[in-house]
Design a binder for this molecule. Sequence first.
Ligand code: NAP
Length: 343
Amino acid sequence: MQSRELTLAHHPQGRVRPSDFRLDVVTVPEELGPGDILVRNSWSSIDPSVRMRLGPTGPAGYLPPFRIGETLTGLAVGEVLRSRAPGFAPGDTVLHINGFREFAVLRQDGDTLAGAGGVTRLDIGEHPPQAYLGALGSAGLTAYVGLHCIGELAGGDVVWISSAAGAVGSLAAQIAKLRGHYVVGSTGSTEKVRFLLEELNLDAAFDYHTPDLTRALDSAAPDGIDLYFDNVGGTHLGAALHRLRPGGRVAMAGAVASYDAETAAAGPDNLFQIVSKSLTVKGFRAGAYDHLLGDMRAEVGAYLRDGRLVAEETVFDGLESAPDAIVAMLRGRTVGKTLCRLR
Ligand SMILES: NC(=O)c1ccc[n+]([C@@H]2O[C@H](COP(=O)([O-])OP(=O)(O)OC[C@H]3O[C@@H](n4cnc5c(N)ncnc54)[C@H](OP(=O)(O)O)[C@@H]3O)[C@@H](O)[C@H]2O)c1
């Protein structure tokens, strides 16, 4: 059997382009070894983190860079075709990390992308399979952990979420809103600002393409903020440090402003605010909080069931569209969870 796979053709020079990738055809082994599971993938998750693995080197302590010619990996959902692993049978739907390919041979004891995706059987009776790549998956867990464990969301907090129209941000913003907080969202276009205000019902929203980010934040949250959920880094973080009230917190999920930039994004020049206002700034990787998946799915699953949470998706069809999906997501042309549908 043949399978198409997305491989890295070149290390991007500056911003990533579709031509940095290549589609290769490989032969899937006929025989499965003990513990192997053959899966036909149905959805591949398109995540900003893939960008950090496309260069010849990556951030220290992070996932290793892809080599030229290597098949990309990433979270995916698929259907089991054959299995020699206990607990997995043909027809099961599984979550795993061997995305960006049409067929995958998985190992139950294989790699997990630092805890984000061991091979897991999914019950898809209530929610569609791709929900486990978005609201009920890594994006949901990142939002949940960032707010509750890292940000220590407390009664009366005013919250600012950056990249609020994206996968993680839209969930974090809605969870905070559903818990009764005043929530400000920022994003990259007028259309997305409208999405935040009219569809996610946030209290205030602004486009960060403004000459004065701090002033935009001042207008949106005139009395200051208590928690900043940082998806962007750089000048966004600087504006948050300026507007955080004493004892405020920053939950750092990511720094997408720097991933695809041709030159490194400028860092904040006001770090002393952390000292003067006794702020807590803490980064995290959701994969280290896998034990909270059940709690997150109980809360977010209930919101989805009641229709109180919008799980927006931007879907690209076919593995051949995955390069366009990666580029579109990094350039802000997608809303909610970006996905590639494989069949
Ligand atoms: N810590 C963890 O475990 C973990 C797990 C998953 C994701 N993350 C991080 O969470 C963040 C969001 O991830 P996601 O999957 O939800 O992606 P996403 O927000 O759905 O997509 C990325 C978005 O970033 C925005 N963006 C791109 N360049 C920007 C810039 N220069 N300045 C401001 N915004 C920019 C774009 O939206 P606009 O239209 O708003 O510009 C783009 O759509 C990323 O930093 C990611 O690395 C962390």
